[in-house]
Design a binder for this molecule. Structure first.
Ligand code: APR
Length: 311
């Protein structure tokens, strides 16, 4: 019998547990859910497991406060860390989450040296850089949740505005996962037609603005936490593309090595995700204005990376 695939999720909070549920329901891997709070990952894992007979999945899922059970994971998703409160930017989480992500990365790679790491903890671009620094993994195996989520938000808004199916919308959002995200209306299409040809410029601007503030809008409404349904859906898509070798092209936060004229930084660009992680960084034809916006986003991330004083 072939060995089951295994996914470890660090952090059994909102994003981590939603991810565990979505993945369990996909029935593609066994799951280890880890948290520092005693009982929390165990309780959530047991609860998800008991939904199996009803939903009809057989994935095994265990909750734990240690790392023994994570050994030999194919993919590790890092969601541990603080979420935003109203009025905070993702960057405000840097120092708190840097400590947590650094620690857990070290523990994770000790047990799963061949895994691919997906980072969800914010500020995600800087956290991807940190996880790579600590793990010493090649860039192909450290990827951040970013553009898929931002693009999904834009797709949702465009579909609602035009009263079309979300599946008809193909959206592109690159850059920083924050206020310097680079929304590309020119490349965002509905059944192949750019939204710039379907909607007035003011409407496009309004939808772009709502996309950039998409996470903050939810933080403002929830008051006690940040988004987790759409983030966990986006993470699940990344995990699936890797485990099932789908080779989907998805916008993710990755270390650039000269693509788009950028180096030593992490931003969201389209990448092909397959069994070995990032199999290709896709270089879109951008206008000089769009390239400049990407370079500006990269610079902002570099500044944040500098604050961490890694060496
Ligand atoms: N090891 C394991 N788990 C940890 C650690 C640690 N060192 N430190 C904190 N945690 C756990 C917390 O106990 C908590 O259960 O991480 C979990 C975080 O869950 P939530 O507070 O619900 O936050 P969540 O909404 O899941 O967001 C987590 O993802 O999208 C990002 O911005 C978001 O950075 C935030 C992260």
């Amino acid at each position: 019998m072939s060995k089951s695939m295994k996914v470890t999720i660090i952090g059994a909070g909102n994003v981590g547990s939603a991810c565990a549920q979505r993945l369990a329901e996909r029935n593609i891997a066994d799951i280890a859910l880890v948290d520092i709070v005693e009982g929390l990952p165990q309780g959530k894992a047991l609860d998800i497991l008991q939904s199996g007979p009803v939903i009809g999945f057989g994935s095994r899922i265990i909750g734990t406060n240690g790392y023994e059970e994570t050994a030999g994971s194919d993919v590790v998703v890092i969601t541990s860390g603080s979420a935003r409160k109203p009025g905070m930017t993702r960057d405000d989480l840097l120092m708190t989450n840097m400590k947590i992500v650094g620690e857990v990365t070290e523990k994770v790679v000790g047990k799963s040296p061949d895994c691919t790491i997906i980072v969800a903890t914010n500020p995600v671009d800087a956290m991807v850089y940190l996880a790579r620094h600590v793990s010493k993994f090649p860039r192909e195996r450290v990827i951040g949740l970013s553009g898929i989520l931002d693009s999904a938000r834009l797709s949702t808004f465009v579909a609602a505005e035009l009263n079309v199916a979300t599946a008809a919308v193909d959206a592109y959002v690159l850059g920083e996962h924050g206020k310097n995200m680079v929304v590309l209306p020119r490349l965002t299409t509905v059944n192949g037609v750019p939204v710039t040809e379907l909607l007035p410029a003011e409407t496009v601007s309004r939808l772009v603005e709502r996309t950039v503030g998409g996470g903050a809008e939810i933080v403002g409404l929830l008051k006690t936490g940040s988004a987790f349904y759409a983030p966990s859906a986006a993470i699940t898509q990344m995990v699936e593309s890797i485990l099932l070798d789908r080779k989907s092209t998805l916008c993710c936060a990755v270390s650039l090595d000269g693509e788009y004229g950028l180096k030593d930084t992490v931003i969201s660009v389209p990448v092909k995700l397959g069994r070995s992680g990032i199999e290709e960084v896709v270089e879109l034809e951008l206008t000089s204005e769009e390239r400049q916006a990407l370079a500006d986003a990269a610079k902002v991330v570099q500044e944040l990376i500098g604050v961490m004083q890694l060496n």
